[in-house]
Design a binder for this molecule. Structure first.
Ligand SMILES: Nc1ncnc2c1ncn2[C@@H]1O[C@H](COP(=O)(O)OP(=O)(O)OP(=O)(O)O)[C@@H](O)[C@H]1O
Ligand SMILES: [Mg+2]
Length: 274
């Protein structure tokens, strides 16, 4: 059993739930004492939805993703991650910093997860080819990471995660280090791939703009210890285009609502540090 898949009463009744947390709490012991990273967190992620998470630095966003990925174990509470088939990995993670293998070509990096799953060569090549095309990397299939720009490396990361075809895609500020042009291009590409695959995605960002362009819903977390401050439905039509959204009345309303909630928490977080 995957470490995440713990004793939620009856997963058969889980309906369209992809991830469910119940009273999820995580504490860390540090030299300065016990740190409560997550405190009684109750959330539901629906199958196929794109949910974004924002919150002040240190509020527990990465910790939550790592628990979903089974890389970290909660201190108390429960988490259920839905599995529809035993042949697919439960999760795949895209990190902020590039985490591709420097000694492998782009093509091999993208196909790595599939190789690990034992997918036959021909099928692997087809998937890799499709994802390289979708992320604009076809011409760089034989390049090594040091020959790529930061934006291209993140494309490899995204392509690799989609290629693995996990139940749930976990993305931790994947575009945080990119310049604005590259970020906008990658957001658009991610949206196109996501719309085709309809894969459940949990996406952490520091950018309210980015959350509103990408997400179906937005979880705003409180300053540490991380709790749910608000979950907001992003009722903007798709496909979305950031340039036209910036003049959209609903976008502006949502932006100011989220910014207000977030800035309260950022202030609380800073006050505690001072
Ligand atoms: N392995 C660890 N040991 C001790 N403390 C930890 C550990 N991992 C995280 N923490 C603490 O837990 C809290 C939440 O950390 P986390 O990395 O989840 O925050 P975050 O919301 O992702 O922040 P950021 O936006 O800066 O990435 C922080 O106070 C952090 O110092
Ligand atoms: Mg983080």
């Amino acid at each position: 059993m995957h470490p995440c898949q713990v004793d939620v009463p009856n997963p058969v009744d889980a309906g369209d739930i992809a991830v469910l947390t119940s009273h999820l709490t995580k504490t860390f012991e540090s030299p300065s004492g016990t740190v409560t990273a997550l405190d009684d967190l109750n959330i539901q992620v629906r199958r196929g939805e794109f949910i974004c998470i924002v919150g002040p630095s240190g509020c527990g966003k990465t910790t939550l993703l790592r628990i979903m990925a089974g890389l970290e174990k909660q201190t108390s509470g429960r988490i259920y991650v839905h599995r529809s088939s035993n042949n697919r990995p439960l999760t795949a993670m895209v990190f902020q910093s590039d985490s591709i293998f420097p000694w492998m070509t782009v093509e091999r990096n993208v196909g790595y997860g599939l190789q690990m799953q034992g997918v036959p060569k021909k099928q692997r090549e087809e998937t890799v080819k499709k994802l390289l095309a979708m992320t604009g990397l076809t011409a760089f299939a034989q390049s090594y990471p040091h020959q790529l720009s930061g934006g291209m490396k993140q494309r490899v990361n995204v392509a690799r995660a989609f290629a693995a075809d996990p139940e749930i895609l976990l993305m931790d500020e994947p575009f945080g280090l990119l310049d604005e042009q590259n970020r906008l291009i990658l957001q658009k590409e991610l949206m196109d791939i996501w719309q085709e695959s309809q894969k459940t995605t949990v996406f952490i960002t520091h950018s309210v703009d980015e959350a509103l362009v990408l997400g179906d819903r937005l979880l705003v977390m409180t300053a540490q210890p991380g709790k749910v401050k608000r979950i907001i439905d992003i009722d903007l039509e798709r496909p979305r285009d950031i340039v036209s959204l910036r003049g959209d009345r609903r976008f502006i309303e949502l932006y100011s609502e989220v910014w207000h909630l977030l800035s309260e928490e950022v202030r609380r977080s800073r006050a505690r540090q001072e």
